[in-house]
Design a protein around this ligand. Structure first.
Ligand SMILES: Cc1cc2nc3c(=O)[nH]c(=O)nc-3n(C[C@H](O)[C@H](O)[C@H](O)COP(=O)(O)OP(=O)(O)OC[C@H]3O[C@@H](n4cnc5c(N)ncnc54)[C@H](O)[C@@H]3O)c2cc1C
Length: 455
């Protein structure tokens, strides 16, 4: 049985920064990135556009690009990633035990960096219209064809809600901002920007009651209640974006370490130590007040240094034998949009509608089409996984990426209503479709089945 020196749970700025420090200290950390339990791998910055305040990027950087860079740095120093959720933790035994869907992991130290996840409203018809108009990520889904030139709504009154409302004016014909109180919680500069924007109408003192439409197709309207009059009315919108805050991801930890009354992991003031020796916390999961990329990264650094010190004092760190790190499968893959001139009949990975049309009609291999949109964080998570599948299955499958912003018509024809979406075709037959990020093993398994049935 391998006993890890240090397991880091979470792949936001806190988790990856902890991994950089721990890996450079030769602790050979194992980092459980998360999959769907508490947001997405890469954390909250995967759901935003420009990050303008992270030091080192004077011109700003896209959130997903920033997270890709921090992740590469963690891998470069020898962090081993496990792209799954941590399902449970047992801190009553030592070494501590962490369970994922497939693995039982033992570790002398743990850093909890599980961040926070987006709140939902639990409206009566929310589930029916989730991904059929309702989204928690304007940046991921705003560019989809169904939202183009349509009226849209954002619910919330903080910086995220305002940022999303402004972003959506690029795609929708008008944006309604539904605010429960008579003021915005956003910064003064952001509030002024929103109030003076003619493309945005703010509905003050308004409660969102439900979403309605044809559940087999798409949402058509939201039902709101004006608090002053108690009157309900409909606003006809084709999209509803939630921006109503986040809840710290502590469900793994309840009853195992001390959690504050406000739901955050309790640590020593300004320090990463939790109520359990050997367990450290970093980032938003333990920080009600600052909740920024840079503060999360800094606390990840502190947690790794504290874990290293603790492991050394206890004489617990040792050399871990690992199978060699998986090679970067994305090298040598064509990233240019295919045209008549550079299209490759047997290319493994191509981009754009020209390649799709050609291969759809002519290829006898399995076609894996991934629909992405600019700055979509989940697309950043999924694409490397798909490229690995293409490499691993070698000549049997061809990958095509369609940017739905560039190829709107083709996205409409394909009925794409969110990104990422993956479609598998064989000889023009749609064999399977997935929406959102799925495990590589699941997609690879289905492709292999299709190939086996065909041969
Ligand atoms: C829309 C938006 C815009 C923002 N803009 C900025 C900005 O411009 N500048 C700035 O500094 N900050 C910004 N922030 C705040 C910033 O994103 C957060 O403060 C920061 O990401 C917190 O980092 P973290 O590592 O603590 O947690 P997160 O980024 O929340 O990451 C948590 C990680 O834990 C993983 N996880 C959760 N549960 C499990 C589990 N059971 N098993 C395994 N993994 C799990 C998740 O998958 C995720 O990878 C923004 C936030 C939002 C939502």
């Amino acid at each position: 049985m391998t006993i890890e020196n240090l397991v880091i749970i979470g792949s936001g700025p806190a988790g990856y920064t902890a991994a950089i420090y721990a890996a450079r200290a030769n602790l050979q950390p194992l980092l459980i990135t998360g999959f769907e339990r508490g947001g997405i791998a890469g954390g909250q910055l995967m759901t935003t556009t420009f990050v303008e305040n992270f030091p080192g990027f004077p011109n700003g950087i896209m959130g997903p690009d920033l997270m890709d860079l921090i992740k590469s740095q963690a891998i470069r120093w020898g962090t081993k990633l496990l792209e799954v959720d941590a399902e449970s933790i047992d801190l009553s035994q030592f070494p501590f035990n962490i369970k994922t869907a497939d693995d039982d992991i033992y570790s002398h130290a743990i850093i909890i960096a599980t961040g926070a996840s987006a709140n939902k409203l639990n409206l009566p018809q929310e589930k029916k219209f989730w991904s059929k108009g309702i989204s928690a990520c304007a940046i991921c889904d705003g560019a989809t064809p169904q939202f183009r030139d349509e009226e849209l709504a954002v619910v919330g009154g903080g910086d995220s809600a305002c940022e999303e409302a402004v972003y959506l004016t690029k795609f929708g014909s008008h944006v309604h901002l539904i605010v429960r109180s008579n003021q915005l919680k956003a910064s003064k500069a952001m509030s002024d920007r929103i109030i003076s924007n003619p493309q945005i109408t703010i509905h003050w003192n308004t409660e969102l009651i439900d979403v309605e439409g044809d559940e087999n197709k798409w949402m058509e309207r939201i039902k709101i209640k004006e608090q002053s009059s108690n009157k309900t009315k409909n606003i006809y919108v084709k999209g509803l974006f939630y921006a109503i805050g986040h809840t710290p991801n502590t469900d793994l930890l309840k009853g195992k370490i001390k959690i504050n009354t406000n739901g955050y992991v309790a640590t020593e003031p300004g320090r990463p130590e939790t109520s359990k020796e050997g367990v450290f916390a970093a980032g938003d999961v333990a920080d009600k007040e600052w909740r920024q990329g840079v503060t999360a990264a800094a606390s990840g650094c502190k947690a790794a240094l504290a874990a290293e010190k603790w492991l050394t004092q206890k004489g617990l760190s040792s050399l871990i034998k690992r199978s060699p790190t998986e090679p970067d499968q994305t090298k040598n893959i064509n990233m240019e949009v295919s045209t008549k001139e550079n299209f490759q009949e047997n290319g493994k990975w191509q981009k754009g509608s020209y390649a799709l049309r050609k291969l759809y009609h002519e290829s006898t291999k399995v076609l894996m089409v991934v629909y992405t949109s600019p700055n979509c964080g989940p697309c950043h998570v999924l694409k490397p996984q798909l490229k690995r599948i293409v490499e691993e299955l070698d000549e049997a499958v061809q990958g095509i990426e369609i940017d739905i912003d560039l190829d709107q018509e083709i996205a409409k024809q394909a009925g794409i209503n969110g990104t990422p979406t993956v479609q598998l075709f064989l000889k023009k037959d749609l064999k399977k479709q997935w929406k959102g990020v799925k495990q590589r093993s699941e997609i690879k398994h289905v492709i292999t089945e299709i190939i086996n049935q065909e041969s």
